[in-house]
Design a protein around this ligand. Structure first.
Ligand code: 13P
Ligand code: SF4
Length: 344
C-alpha cells in the first residue's frame, strides 16, 4: 500500500519550503507562465503526483494543449496526437494516465489493450469527435460504395471501427494518398479535409465537423498579428482555409514546435489553442510569442488535483469493447505504419 494513501485516504498536499529548491529548475523554466503566487498552490500537487506516479509505476502522457504545470511539471511523454498514440503502442509501463481528451485515452487503450489507461476527467470531450457517429459512417459508405474511409483520430472508437484507416494532423495527407483511390471519404473535420484536398489530387468527400476552438480564428486576426507585430504566423490545419492561406506554416502541434526549432523566428503568432504558446515559450525563451486567448474547454478539464485523484483511486479507467477495439486497432495501426508526414 502506498504510504501516502495509508496515512490519509484523501490528502491535500501541503506547501513546504523545500519544494522551492526541489523544483527550482521547473520554476525557472515556467517563469512568466505561472505567477509566483501560484507556486505554493501548484508545487505540492506536482510533487505529490510525481511521488505517486513513481510508486504506481505509471507513465503520464500529456497533449501539447495541456496547461504548463501539467505539460512541464508531471508529464513523462508530451506531444501531438500522433506522438501520444505511438507512445501508448510502445509503452512498457502497465499504467498510463492520459492528460488530454477522451478520444486520446481511447486510442491509447485500443493500442495498448493489456494496460490500464486512466483519464483524469471522463467529460473531456471534443467537438469533432461529437460531430459524427458510427451510424453516420455506415450511411456514408452506403452512399459511396467502394470509397475508402479515412477518419481523423478526433473520433470515437466506434467511428474508428467503421474506418479503413485513421490519421492525425501529422500525416493526414500521407494516409489519404496511401489509399490509392481517386476518391476518399474524409471525416469529420471539414477544414482539415479542405487542407488535405489542397495538398493532393484525391477528391475528398467531407463531413461538416469543426473544431470549436480553431473555427473561431479569423483572417483579420492573422493579418493583425503580421502587420501589427511583424510576426511569423503558424497555424493548425483545423483552422479555416482562409486563415491557413495567410500563414507561413501549417502543421500538427508537434510539427509547429519542430518548425520553431528549425526556423527560430524572433517573433511568432501561434494560431491554435493558447496553452500551446505557454508550453513553447518555456521551451524557446529566445522567441517572442504572440498568443491567442482561445482555450479548449475540454483540455482545460484536466487539472493537477484531478490527475492526483486519478492516480490515487485508479479512476477513470477507459475501456473499449473488443468488437469495437479490434477493427479500430486495425485502422490505427495502418496510420502508425504510414508514420509522420514530411512536415509532421
Ligand atoms: P494534434 O494532433 O496536432 O496534436 O491536434 C489534436 C487536436 O485536438 C487539435 O485540436
Ligand atoms: Fe477537439 Fe478542438 Fe479541443 Fe482539439 S482543440 S480537442 S479538436 S475541441
Amino acid at each position: 500500500m502506498n504510504p501516502l494513501l495509508e496515512s490519509n485516504p484523501h490528502p491535500v498536499p501541503n506547501w513546504h519550503p523545500g519544494l522551492e529548491s526541489k523544483y527550482a529548475e521547473l520554476m525557472r523554466k515556467l517563469e512568466g507562465q505561472a505567477v509566483c503566487l501560484d507556486w505554493p498552490l501548484q508545487l505540492p500537487w506536482i510533487d505529490a503526483i510525481n511521488q505517486l506516479k513513481r510508486q504506481r509505476g505509471a507513465r503520464i502522457m500529456a497533449h501539447s494543449y495541456q496547461a504548463p504545470e501539467i505539460f512541464h511539471g508531471v508529464a513523462d511523454v508530451t506531444g501531438d496526437s500522433f506522438a501520444l498514440a505511438q507512445a501508448a503502442a510502445d509503452c512498457d509501463a502497465d499504467l498510463i494516465v492520459l492528460c488530454g481528451v477522451h478520444f486520446m485515452a481511447e486510442t491509447a487503450k485500443i493500442l495498448a489493450p493489456g494496460k490500464t489507461v486512466l483519464i483524469p476527467d471522463l467529460e473531456a470531450g471534443c467537438s469533432l469527435a461529437a460531430s459524427i457517429t458510427a451510424e453516420d459512417v455506415r450511411g456514408l459508405r452506403a452512399k459511396h460504395p467502394g470509397v475508402p474511409v479515412v477518419s481523423y483520430v478526433n473520433t470515437s472508437a466506434a467511428v474508428k471501427a467503421e474506418s479503413d484507416a485513421c490519421c492525425t494532423s501529422a500525416n493526414a495527407v500521407q494516409v489519404v494518398a496511401a489509399m490509392g483511390t481517386p476518391q476518399v471519404i474524409f471525416l469529420p473535420d471539414q477544414y482539415l479535409g479542405a487542407y488535405v484536398a489542397s495538398q493532393t489530387n484525391v477528391e475528398l468527400l467531407l463531413w461538416a465537423g469543426r473544431c470549436e476552438v480553431h473555427e473561431q480564428f479569423t483572417v483579420q486576426q492573422a493579418r493583425h498579428a503580421r502587420e501589427q507585430f511583424q510576426a511569423k504566423l503558424v497555424a493548425h490545419p483545423e483552422c479555416s482555409p482562409a486563415v491557413l492561406a495567410e500563414v507561413d506554416f501549417v502543421g500538427s502541434t508537434s510539427a509547429m514546435s519542430q518548425w520553431l526549432a528549425r526556423e527560430q523566428p524572433s517573433r511568432v503568432a501561434l494560431i491554435t489553442e493558447c496553452s500551446m504558446a505557454d508550453n513553447l515559450r518555456a521551451q524557446f525563451p529566445a522567441i517572442e510569442f504572440i498568443k491567442p486567448c482561445k482555450l479548449c474547454p475540454h483540455m482545460q478539464r484536466i487539472t493537477l488535483p484531478k490527475i492526483y485523484a486519478c492516480l490515487r483511486d485508479l479512476r477513470h479507467q477507459v475501456s473499449v469493447p473488443e468488437t469495437i477495439a479490434n477493427p479500430a486497432r486495425r485502422a490505427l495501426q495502418r496510420m502508425l505504419a504510414i508514420g509522420r508526414g514530411e512536415r509532421g
